[in-house]
Design a binder for this molecule. Structure first.
Ligand SMILES: [Zn+2]
Length: 408
């Protein structure tokens, strides 16, 4: 049975971790910064040394291609080398190097793949520039307006793009339509795998996010002279709703989550019964159906607690991001690989965003997670054990081989 080369893989990981290394063991390698550019040069050399065909598209995505019998379609596999400022070594970089190693081993096996395989390092997954910039460019989703007022400021965006020789027109014209499937290894960034003693997570969906502003209306009143039995306290209603919503979601929608991240009471004084409360509500789950049901239940609960003569409720839709279901084809390939390698796996949702959600819009996409010690991520203390890194890379290798069987 084919196995990845453990020493080579771990030593490559050590090498890439030096780019932007911080003295607390993390990395600071924001997209297209000097350390990121150095890491990208290093990756280009490693791709060429492996005998793969190197290329870079007009969004700065880097590729390493192993040409197969059918070179009109590719299985894309990889992740991102950029990091958040003062982040950890493993987020993104581990997936890129696991895919590089898997493709090298397939090449060395001497068997011509039935279709081409391509390593990818996506530009700016973390969003110090635009967010999922490279992967959204590949599916033709970057809009001109995004360059006007980006998250990190326009001058930072333009100077970073200049450093890599990228242009706005280029980023908007990087769409491709030859992707047969996409596979990404990533650290879990949570504790579910370690808690379950499970080696590998097969991701079934990246969750969607919906948010609402709820306005609870009562009657502002004197906090001393108004008897408790006669108050229309908007905050009492809001807090009753929060408790009921928490219980309901935990009971009926686990692993879905709900959050009340902001609350304002008006007029806002020690001695006035709150007459109005504004509550920020956000919830996440893995399918549109689950999200629709959560929305209906939560709004019904909010209406129930305000269903009296002296209370009322209005609801504003704040934002909505659809869940990104992963492809059964890829989920099953990951599970097949785990069985072959005698590794335990569990299906789970990703509560963080990843490049896979972009590619899922145009091709069967899937992800596998490896355990994160203590669930820590976006932090220099982020850590994944070497055995788990190696297990993950072997699962990438055998998932790719399983996908050949499914796609040809
Ligand atoms: Zn990541």
């Amino acid at each position: 049975m084919l196995q990845i080369n453990r020493e080579r893989f771990l030593s490559d990981f050590e090498a890439v971790s030096q780019f932007g290394a911080t003295n607390d063991g993390g990395v600071s390698r924001p997209a297209l910064s000097e350390p990121d550019m150095a890491a990208r040069n290093w990756l280009k050399e490693r791709i060429e040394a492996a005998g793969l065909v190197y290329s870079q598209d007009t969004a700065g995505n880097q590729f390493g291609r192993l040409i197969g019998a059918d070179d009109s379609r590719v299985i894309l596999t990889g992740s991102h080398l950029d990091s958040v400022p003062d982040g950890g070594r493993f987020d993104g970089a581990l997936g890129v190097l696991a895919s590089l190693e898997a493709i090298r081993v397939i090449k060395e096996s001497g068997n011509l793949p039935p279709l081409s395989l391509e390593l990818v390092n996506f530009t700016d997954e973390e969003g110090t520039l635009l967010g999922l910039m490279g992967s959204r460019a590949v599916v033709g989703q970057i809009k001109p307006s995004e360059f006007e007022n980006p998250r990190g400021g326009r001058s930072h965006l333009i100077s970073s793009m200049d450093r890599a020789g990228l242009t706005e027109a280029g980023v908007m014209n990087a769409k491709r339509d030859d992707i047969a499937a996409y596979l990404e290894l990533h650290i879990e960034q949570g504790k579910r795998l370690l808690a379950g003693g499970t080696d590998i997570g097969a991701v079934t969906a990246l969750v969607g996010i919906r948010s609402y502003s709820l306005h609870f209306y009562g009657q502002a009143a004197h906090a001393g002279t108004t008897p408790m039995t006669e108050r229309a306290d908007a905050l009492w209603a809001a807090t009753e709703f929060i408790q009921k919503a928490k219980d309901h979601i935990m009971k009926h929608y686990t692993p879905g989550v709900v959050n009340f991240g902001m609350i304002e009471a008006h007029p806002g004084a020690f001695n006035i019964v709150p007459g109005e409360v504004v509550l920020a509500m956000e919830f996440r789950h893995g399918s549109d159906e689950a999200m629709d049901n959560m929305a209906a239940d939560l709004l019904q609960l909010a209406h129930e607690v305000t269903n009296t003569d002296n209370l009322s409720l209005t609801v504003e839709n704040a934002a909505s991001i659809h869940p990104a279901p992963m492809s059964d084809l890829v989920v099953q390939a990951v599970e097949t690989a785990c069985t072959q390698l005698d590794l335990g796996s569990m299906r789970l949702l990703s509560f963080a965003g990843h490049d896979a959600q972009s590619i899922a819009q145009v091709a069967p996409a899937g992800m596998l997670f490896v355990p994160s010690v203590d669930g820590i991520s976006h932090n220099p203390a982020e850590y994944t054990r070497p055995d788990d890194m190696v297990n993950g890379a072997n699962v990438v290798l055998h998932s790719l081989l399983a996908l050949f069987g499914k796609l040809v």
